[in-house]
Design a protein. Structure first.
Length: 140
């Protein structure tokens, strides 16, 4: 009896809650920040609050977004308006957050760790008189 209890406890310790996490919801968004006067897209207000600390712009337009549940080691892709791709691959999920491999063709290639609900924002280069901005928000 004691041996069975010890084995059960050991399996709980080894597995832990993070080991059961095999997928993650990712929100991937592409915006255009421009120096041209214009509105801030209401769908991009949270991104605007984050970006205002980084650089100046007059308008922010949400161009595309995608929300999907993605398995660890699978890739979520979203096309940018200039033909390049933004790709995100969850590498691991644990108590410290999700480790994500981010690849924005021609702009960013980095592994970044984020807690659930934390917004990651990356510049993706110039486009149409402004700057492309890619945001990633993991939920787990």
């Amino acid at each position: 009896m004691a041996g069975a209890l010890a084995a059960a406890l050991a399996s709980l310790v080894l597995a832990g809650p993070a080991a059961a996490q095999t997928s993650i919801q990712l929100d991937l968004t592409v915006c255009l920040a421009s120096d041209e006067p214009g509105p801030i897209d209401p769908r991009a207000e949270r991104i605007d609050r984050r970006l205002r600390r980084e650089f100046r712009y007059e308008s922010l337009q949400l161009l595309d977004s995608k929300r999907e549940r993605v398995a660890v080691d699978s890739v979520l892709s979203l096309g940018l308006p200039d033909g390049r791709q933004a790709r995100v691959r969850p590498l691991s999920i644990d108590e410290r957050g999700a480790l994500l491999a981010v690849d924005i063709e021609g702009a960013v290639k980095v592994d970044a760790r984020a807690r659930s609900g934390h917004l990651l924002v990356f510049g993706a280069g110039r486009h149409a008189g402004g700057r492309l901005v890619v945001s990633i928000e993991p939920r787990f």
